[in-house]
Design a binder for this molecule. Structure first.
Ligand SMILES: [Zn+2]
Length: 255
């Protein structure tokens, strides 16, 4: 008979199929007379006719639930897909933000390194806002050589003396006619010397950066008054002096 069509074992029955099966079941019950009062067997066997009988509500309820289950499954599937998409989008956004932060951090670090490199290669005057009161190679009976081996910067006693550039302190202490002095080996291999200091603020082996305070000006040694005696040299020793004004100007210092 048409209504005894078998259901697929591993396949969810389609709505129409389920309807037919359900109708067939009821029809079978009706045939045995158990629910004979519900509908006549002839009507039950014909599913299209069943639409017109008391079976209709039963079948309709079954369909509504199936529809609801289908819709619910669809909604759940869609919600899961949407959640997965949302999660992936959030992860992508997080990764993008992290990459951006990393790039910004690296750019900042690069800029900081560049600024530091620039700063370390900068030269400054040993006394701020001062001027050269006695020039290079000026003659005076004050100096044993008879000629000035450096330049004098006007400075009251106790004025901050700066390292003119990056370097390493190679000598500190009493320098005879120079009084208290500091000699620094600069990064470029030249030397700078600072004399007549009232105070020495660095020690041998210490590295210094441009503008760093290394001591205070004074009038120690052979001098008529307080000032800073500054020399540029090719070696740490007396007698290897070079023109300090040209030296400072060559390093970008306005003197
Ligand atoms: Zn001098």
């Amino acid at each position: 008979m048409a209504f005894t069509r078998a259901t697929g074992k591993h396949r969810r029955p389609t709505r129409m199929h389920r309807t037919t099966t359900r109708a067939a079941g009821i029809a079978a019950l009706a045939t045995t007379g158990v629910v004979g009062s519900l509908a006549a067997p002839a009507l039950a066997a014909d599913t299209s006719s069943a639409e017109q009988t008391g079976l209709t509500p039963v079948i309709s309820i079954g369909d509504t639930i199936a529809d609801k289950i289908d819709a619910q499954a669809d909604a759940q599937k869609q919600a899961a897909e949407e959640a997965a998409l949302k999660k992936a989008a959030a992860e992508a956004a997080r990764e993008k933000a992290a990459a951006k932060a990393k790039a910004e951090r690296e750019a900042k670090e690069r800029a900081a390194r560049e600024a530091e490199r620039k700063r370390l290669n900068t030269f400054v005057a040993p006394i701020a806002n001062s001027y050269v009161s006695t020039g290079y190679q000026a003659s005076s009976s004050l100096w044993s050589s008879g000629s000035h081996t450096g330049i004098d910067f006007h400075a009251a006693s106790g004025t901050t003396v700066h390292a003119v550039g990056s370097g390493t302190v190679v000598e500190t202490g009493w320098g005879g006619a120079y009084g208290n002095q500091i000699v620094i080996r600069m990064h470029d291999g030249t030397y700078t010397q600072y004399g007549h200091l009232s105070s020495i603020g660095v020690s041998v082996g210490q590295t210094v950066t441009p503008g760093q305070q290394i001591g205070l000006s004074g009038a120690t040694g052979n001098t008529t008054g307080p000032h800073l005696h500054f020399e540029a040299r090719t070696t740490p020793e007396y007698g290897s002096d070079i023109d300090p004004v040209a030296y400072l100007r060559a390093h970008g210092v306005n003197v």
